[in-house]
Design a protein around this ligand. Structure first.
Ligand code: ADP
Length: 225
């Protein structure tokens, strides 16, 4: 495809699902490659974390209301993400873009970019209630306050290096979130995973997604765009 845009509330489980999808897709690519042959696809995972973009770029609370729409730090971050996607996106590269991706105009821009390189795109929406996502952020805040951050710096917990959002930033991002709408070309096809989805359901969703991006039904997806 191959651009797979992950979208969801902050701390709703996006990176967890993006990593699961990365593992799944790399496995599929490996299985589809005869031994000794060059794989048909290269796989990339791009996120704020891989580009070292801080959570604070989304924080509008420090800005006066009249300058908020010109928030340069978030615009710069988006430009960096856009550049990273554009550099690798092609018909032979599957790109998983793990991020908030909460602005519909931004998703439209990414959709246009994938059309420009004649490759399809899709959305993987992470469904998680506001309450649950807030709880996760609050738990992260408490563990940071308890010194978990220091433990990470010492290398005791390198797996989960993403920090919490400032509570006002978190609330604001949820308020600004523009839910994907599968009736629009740029938000479709739309696949959804919810917090409670277990291994079997997750695999089913990934199977359908793979079919759409790299399988037989891909032709249908392309001709619908
Ligand atoms: P985000 O990328 O949206 O900020 P993360 O993927 O980092 O969210 O997840 C936040 C926390 O919630 C992590 O500690 C992760 O282990 C946990 N988590 C995420 N998704 C699930 C899930 N489906 N079930 C249980 N725990 C989850």
């Amino acid at each position: 495809m191959p651009l797979i845009i992950v979208a969801g509330f902050p701390t709703s489980g996006k990176s967890t699902r993006a990593k699961q999808l990365h593992t799944y897709v790399s496995e599929r690519i490996k299985n589809a490659t005869p031994s000794g042959a060059t794989p048909k696809y290269r796989l990339h995972l791009i996120s704020d974390q891989t580009l070292s973009i801080s959570r604070s770029v989304y924080d509008l609370s420090a800005l006066p209301a009249h300058t908020r729409s010109a928030n340069a730090s978030e615009k710069d971050a988006r430009a960096a993400i856009y550049g990273a996607v554009k550099r690798v996106l092609s018909d032979r590269d599957i790109v998983i873009l793990d991020g908030l991706n909460y602005i519909k105009g931004w998703r439209y821009q990414l959709f246009c970019e994938s059309k420009a390189v004649r490759t399809p795109s899709c959305i993987l929406q992470i469904g998680c209630s506001k309450e649950k996502s807030r709880e996760v952020n609050e738990a992260r805040l408490s563990s940071e306050a308890a010194g978990a951050q220091d433990a990470r710096k010492l290398g005791n917990d390198t797996d989960d290096v993403e920090g919490a959002y400032d509570p006002a930033n978190w609330e604001n991002l949820v308020f600004r979130y523009e839910e994907p709408n599968p009736m629009t070309r740029w938000d479709s096809p739309l696949f959804t995973l919810i917090w409670e989805d277990g291994e079997e359901q997750t695999r089913q969703v990934f199977d359908t997604l793979w079919e759409a991006v790299a399988g037989e039904t891909r032709k249908i997806v392309k001709s619908n765009q």
